[in-house]
Design a protein around this ligand. Structure first.
Ligand code: ARG
Ligand code: ASP
Length: 702
């Protein structure tokens, strides 16, 4: 308990921090509110987060458990990114109605499209429950005992918190590696309908070429609406449901932004690692990232080769390509940023001072223990990376095994089969198999490979020959044959599953995944668990060591506030990027020859007529994106970007290339979040979609 008290004192006394770094817990925002107000925020802590009155938190949702969204009308209208609603837009698309390509606009509420499995979560409240979670814990307990205390108490707290009210769910989350615990209580709505999306040539303008980059001109937004039952409570989809009436929604400011303006971002960042040791940073930046990048380059090369040749293949692989490419590109920026910041050396220097200070305290030795564990972990991490980024992601074997499992369980695989082949192109997959198997073989030590792999490889003169064999003999290479085989065997599912055991694709996948599950993953996770436990001490130690610094907990997909200002930056010598982009840039990049830069003809026409309506800015043009110094991460996509008066000015969707290391180390000089200017959203709805009912339901500040 003594430890805990001193920990909490640290939390409250520390005030200063590097400009703009940090993602803060809304319930504790009173600790930052003075700083926020001094920088231009005009409201109070209670306006941001309150359990007694409606506050801005009631207008923010966790969208689809991975993005953020916000309410922008009293009729449950929700704004998020195009890339966050992408799979819903895709699911409603067919050759006749290609909403990805052409966009989608519901002109009446009846036209809004329901989505299976799409949920949004409102945060009802969050509360520090550290004392309750650790009730019954005593100093002498083992970690195992502590863990069971934490689990049992959390379970009770969750049951208590969700016992009254519809659609409630709760989770207890460890912050600062378990030095503090918070409960988060959510209300989940599951009738969420698609209202509108611009064509991908606007919503994904610039594609993966412009991804993670500034200057940017992507109109990355889509609109949904939350529906509720007649009592305004969560309910599964029903025709009788009505638009949800939120406790709070954002007013939309069309007044514009300028360099230096205060902004804050309110959303759900997914994961950061700001307090890890130099060893961990070194492993990630210098070993893990380069290998993972190389493996993904093979996949992207194979995809691009065929996508550029064939329009049908391009459509098939567009979502897969985007997801492989996204992290691939980010890791490269992250590596560069970490090197430029000299983070490994800076952390080493810090650790030297920490070690000195820790002598004779309970923290003496913690860094050595961590170093020891990282040394043990490294070979497992390396193998883990290789399995997950090479042999286990080859499409055919993974699919084959998935179908076999369904058959084993007596499930009908026909939908899964159809879905797979709809987006499968064998030549791409076969090339991936060849290059990934080669890399796996060359880089993974023998003791981390299953015998099956080594033996099978030895039977063939080359990996290519192995691939030729597998990609002709497997029953899974053809939808027709596979479906026929399944239909013939019909009821005799057990026999079928057994027969599949001899399929070369299944043999491959099984051998590798079994080895991974038996000899890599368990060790990898158990060492990682020990590391996390030690971080509980090291984290607390860092907070005692560096009493002047204001610490914030690493992101863990819980609601956070990040604040800063609109600002340009200098990416390199003699270059300065200003913070706003406009439709002029869209026109400069427009190119009918290049898929990602081929804008709709209507937009060209609007531009030619300068038909900007009331959304034109002081320079006579339409603003598109802006950057600011808010500390954001993956998961913050779709987050509201808010001005000093609490009004919506933008929609967060990305970060700049030079600042992608901000999950590990934040550099106030170059770390910038990228947002869509809300005026571009209004302009698109007005001039392109001509969907005036949506504008009418918003409260627009002009
Ligand atoms: N980089 C942004 C984020 O991490 C946007 C991703 C959109 N996808 C893409 N491949 N362009 O998620
Ligand atoms: N694009 C990210 C997202 O989807 C945001 C980021 O990483 O900055 O959440």
């Amino acid at each position: 308990m003594k430890r805990l008290l001193s920990f909490i004192t640290i939390l409250t006394i520390s005030a200063s921090l590097l400009a703009d770094e940090g993602m803060w817990l809304p319930a504790l925002i009173s600790q930052r509110i003075g700083d926020m107000q001094s920088k231009g925020f005009k409201l109070t802590a209670e306006d941001i987060y309150s359990i007694n009155q409606a506050s801005l938190k009631d207008a923010v949702v966790l969208f689809n458990r991975g993005c953020t969204g916000e309410l922008i009308s009293d009729k449950g209208l929700l704004l998020t990114n195009h890339h966050c609603g992408y799979s819903q837009i895709q699911k409603h698309s067919s050759v006749e109605h290609d909403y990805l390509k052409d966009g989608f606009w519901a002109m009446t509420m009846e036209d809004e499209l329901p989505n299976e499995n799409l949920v949004v979560d409102f945060l009802e409240r969050m509360e520090d429950v550290t004392d309750k979670v650790l009730d019954g814990y005593t100093e002498g307990m083992t970690e195992l005992q502590r863990d069971s205390v934490v689990k049992a108490n959390s379970k009770e707290l969750i049951a208590e918190a969700t016992k009254e009210g519809k659609g409630l769910r709760a989770q207890v989350e460890a912050l600062y590696y378990g030095n503090q615990y918070f409960i988060f209580v959510f209300r989940t709505f599951s009738d969420v309908r698609l209202v509108g999306a611009p064509p991908s040539s606007i919503g994904k303008f610039g594609g993966d070429t412009d991804n993670w980059m500034w200057p940017r001109h992507t109109g990355d937004f889509s609109l949904f609406r939350i529906y509720a039952d007649k009592e305004n409570n969560p309910a599964p989809y029903s025709e009788d449901n009505v638009p949800y009436k939120p406790k709070k929604y954002f007013k939309v400011s069309a007044k514009g932004v300028k360099e230096g303006d205060f902004t804050f971002v309110y959303g759900f960042p997914g994961s950061t690692r700001e307090y890890i040791t130099s060893d961990a940073v070194h492993y990630n930046a210098e070993i893990s990232n380069p290998h993972k990048i190389k493996l993904r380059t093979h996949r992207l090369d194979a995809q691009r080769k065929y996508m550029s040749k064939d329009q049908a293949v391009r459509i098939m692989y567009s979502a897969k390509n985007a997801s492989v490419s996204n992290a691939w590109k980010k890791w490269q920026g992250e590596m560069k940023g970490i090197r430029k910041m000299n983070t490994v050396e800076v952390k080493k220097e810090y650790e030297k001072r920490f070690r000195e200070w820790a002598k004779g305290t309970e923290y003496e030795g913690v860094l050595d223990q961590l170093a020891g564990l990282y040394a043990q972990l490294e070979p497992y991490s390396f193998a883990n990376d290789y399995y997950r980024e090479s042999v286990l992601v080859v499409e055919l074997p993974a699919f084959a095994r998935r179908i076999q499992r369904m058959v084993e369980k007596g499930e009908d695989p026909s939908a899964a089969i159809a879905a797979f082949y709809k987006d499968y192109y064998l030549p791409i997959d076969k090339e991936c198999f060849i290059s990934l198997v080669k890399e796996f073989d060359a880089n993974v030590p023998a003791s981390f490979k299953p015998e099956y792999f080594t033996n099978t490889l030895a039977q063939y003169p080359t990996v290519e020959a192995w691939a030729d064999d597998m990609y002709t003999k497997s029953a899974f290479i053809s939808e027709k044959d596979l479906s026929a085989a399944i239909a013939i065997v019909g009821a005799a599912q057990g026999d079928l599953a057994k027969a599949m055991d001899d399929d070369p694709a299944i043999k491959f996948y099984k051998a590798l995944v079994d080895f991974y599950n038996g000899s890599i993953y368990p060790q990898y996770t158990s060492i990682n668990k020990e590391i996390t436990l030690l971080y509980r001490d090291y984290m607390r130690g860092q907070m005692e060591f560096d009493k002047e610094k204001a610490f914030y907990p690493d992101a863990n997909l819980t609601l956070r506030v990040a604040y800063g200002k609109i600002a340009g930056y200098s990416p390199s010598d003699a270059v300065y990027f200003t913070p706003s982009s406009s439709i002029e840039g869209i026109m400069q990049k427009d190119n009918p020859e290049i898929f990602d830069y081929n804008i709709p003809q209507e937009l060209r026409d609007i531009y030619a007529r300068k038909d900007y309506g009331e959304w034109v800015n002081e320079n006579g043009t339409i603003p598109v994106c802006f950057i600011a110094t808010n500390h954001t991460s993956g998961g913050n996509s779709g987050s509201p970007v808010i001005d000093g008066d609490g009004n919506l000015i933008g929609l967060n969707f990305d970060r700049v290339w030079e600042g992608t290391m901000s999950d590990v180390v934040f550099d106030p000089d170059v770390c910038r979040n990228i947002s869509l200017d809300v005026r571009f959203v209004l302009f698109t709805i007005d001039k392109l979609a001509k969907n005036h009912r949506l504008l009418e339901e918003m409260e627009i500040i002009r």
